[in-house]
Design a protein around this ligand. Structure first.
Ligand SMILES: Cc1cc2nc3c(=O)[nH]c(=O)nc-3n(C[C@H](O)[C@H](O)[C@H](O)COP(=O)(O)O)c2cc1C
Length: 207
């Protein structure tokens, strides 16, 4: 396994996958474990990871994913689904998530109140529950890509898709789930494109 910095250096948005080379079940399980270990605000884990192995399914969705070849040439595509239905402050799920911490009852109630207050004053006035969940799905996305890279597996994050059409083709239960982002995983077919980045000087400020 590569170190974190080695993995981050190895990772690039892979545009050209070797369609013959598959990720092993064990490697895929490690990548999915990283996804499930990702942090989420208040620990709500309002996501789901839909793994597309079937080439047929990936051929079906490719046209609504801007016809990107990564969709069919990669070994797997993970569709990261947000669960906006779960995070509404009134949902019983919220209570369950705090209860599982097995804290004293007054502390559990205080957490629930804090959550409600936070959602009502800080989140919902400026974004939808979907947007809030999707932000967190991107943390799982990053962990998926870094973990894959640590094992020499390439990836491509993908926002280039038509959401409504994609959800329809994948038969997503819209009462519960919405597509946040996709990630293709596999092995590169060609050379990595040059890494273009601003310098730290431009992006980092100390105070
Ligand atoms: C949220 C997100 C969505 C992206 N969507 C696509 C996409 O649909 N197709 C694609 O080829 N690259 C996509 N990219 C890759 C970026 O273009 C790429 O990360 C960026 O140009 C930097 O290149 P690098 O990742 O190789 O360093 C996406 C990246 C992110 C973070």
């Amino acid at each position: 396994m590569k170190t974190v910095i080695e993995a981050l250096t190895f990772r690039h948005a892979c545009k050209k996958f070797n369609s013959e080379k598959k990720i092993s079940k064990k490697e895929l399980e490690t990548i999915l474990k990283a996804a499930c270990l990702s942090p989420s605000s208040f620990g709500m884990e309002a996501w789901k990871f839909l793994v597309l192995e079937s080439k047929k399914v990936r051929e079906k969705i490719r046209p609504v994913c801007w016809d990107q070849p990564q969709v069919t040439d990669a070994s797997h595509v993970i569709v990261i689904l947000a669960r906006p239905d779960l995070v509404e402050p009134s949902n019983a799920y919220i209570k369950d998530m705090f209860m599982r911490r097995k804290l004293p009852e007054d502390l559990t109630l205080a957490y629930i109140e804090k959550y409600k207050w936070y959602m009502e004053t800080e989140v919902l006035p400026i974004m939808t529950p979907y947007a809030w969940c999707a932000k967190q799905c991107y943390i799982a996305l990053a962990n998926i890509m870094t973990t894959a890279a640590s094992m020499g597996i390439d990836s491509c994050p993908m926002e280039g898709f038509e959401k409504v059409k994609l959800e329809k083709i994948l038969n997503i239960d819209k009462e519960k789930y919405e597509v946040a982002v996709l990630v293709a995983l596999g092995y590169r077919a060609g050379e990595q494109t040059p890494r273009l980045r601003h310098t730290g000087e431009k992006l980092i400020e100390y105070r």
